[in-house]
Design a protein around this ligand. Structure first.
Ligand code: IPE
Ligand code: IPE
Ligand code: MG
Ligand code: MG
Ligand code: MG
Length: 325
């Protein structure tokens, strides 16, 4: 089956369909500009995920088909790109990053499948296609997400070329990022806040958890993998990741208000329908744009000590708040 691929950074915000997974191509990998190498990185992570996921024909077939549908239904692959961009910044060979990037995308995918369920945001459309519970059924969607999460930890634990203590630290970092003090906790706060007024700091705390935690882990996990990342660089990347994580969610909320369903690939206006506590709903669209720009500027300032090596992260941060989908 030809699987739809990504609305990818650099394609002008259009949803593009292509056949994947595919093997990494050779023509773009040597380009100097990170943004020109994005198709190469996207293909690398798609290839890694294909290798790591059970085949669709493997029993139980419906579950494995749903897992693959969830993963290969497109997606910007922002978190894998953060892994690769941080790897470039810290001089980690790209071949050491594929499994980590794939594992983090599995976690992100699991969070989206659950986020779309009727008990949560009750969305029918994701990445321009029916959500997993619509395309399959609710129980299969729950189970597919349930299976993607441990798969992520299994593949990190199995990174044979990485020292055992580093693998353990990676598992801990990513588990914390997606647990009750991270993404899952943030999702719980998001649901409890429907129809409520939150103060700015409370809202940003929710964003830092539900979205920021995994974005932060995408960057800090590479610091762990790099071995010997200086405390100065670690702290700079940590601060940067916190700012862009919150900015990314504010931009997501802005797109829910300003975007078109056919461009963003999910039903526009969904947040208003659910009376979600979002930045635009509580503070207005202008304040949302302003806060996004402020967070981007703060985030970029934190990257100063890393010099030109952080240019891929600078480009990606800018893309994360200027994207059209
Ligand atoms: C959507 O994330 C959910 C949020 C955390 C804001 P993305 O915008 O990265 O979704 P995909 O993976 O590209 O579909
Ligand atoms: C989702 O936030 C955050 C997750 C952890 C999945 P949203 O509910 O706003 O994400 P979308 O708009 O459905 O992608
Ligand atoms: Mg949600
Ligand atoms: Mg949602
Ligand atoms: Mg949203």
């Amino acid at each position: 089956m030809a699987a739809p691929v990504a609305d990818r950074p650099g394609n002008g915000g259009q949803i593009v369909y292509a056949t994947q997974p595919v093997s990494p191509s050779t023509d773009v990998r040597l380009s100097v500009l990170f943004e020109e190498r994005i198709p190469y990185f996207s293909e690398r992570v798609a290839h890694a995920m294909d290798e790591l996921l059970p085949q669709a024909g493997e029993q139980p077939e419906r579950l494995h088909k749903a897992m693959r549908y969830a993963v290969f239904n497109g997606g910007k692959r922002i978190r894998p790109l953060l892994v690769y961009a941080t790897g470039e910044c810290l001089g980690v060979d790209v071949s050491r990053l594929d499994t980590l990037a794939a594992a983090i995308e599995f976690i992100h995918t699991f969070s989206l499948v659950h986020d779309d369920l009727p008990a949560m945001d009750d969305d029918d459309l994701r990445r321009g296609l029916p959500t997993v519970h619509k395309r399959f059924d609710e129980a299969t969607a729950i189970l597919a997400a349930d299976a993607l999460q441990p798969l992520a930890f299994a593949v990190i634990s199995g990174m044979g070329e990485v020292a055992t203590h580093t693998r353990a630290n990676l598992v801990k970092l990513i588990a914390d990022a997606c647990g009750s003090m991270g993404m899952t906790g943030g999702q719980a706060i998001d649901l409890a806040a429907e129809g409520k007024e939150l103060r700015g700091a409370e809202l940003e705390c929710m964003y830092a958890l539900k979205t920021g935690a995994l974005i932060r882990a995408s960057i800090l996990s590479v610091c762990l993998l790099a071995d010997g990342t200086s405390p100065e660089y670690f702290d700079a990347l940590d601060e940067f990741s916190r700012d862009i994580g919150i900015a990314f969610q504010i931009k997501d909320d802005i797109l829910d208000v300003e975007g078109l369903t056919e461009v963003i690939g999910k039903t526009a206006g969904s947040d208003e329908r659910l009376r979600k506590a979002t930045y635009p709903a509580l503070f207005g669209i202008d304040a949302s744009h302003k806060r996004c720009a402020e967070l981007l500027a703060d985030g970029l300032n934190h990257l100063a000590p890393l010099g030109k090596d952080a240019d891929p992260l600078r480009w990606l941060a800018d893309y994360m708040v200027s994207r059209g989908s």
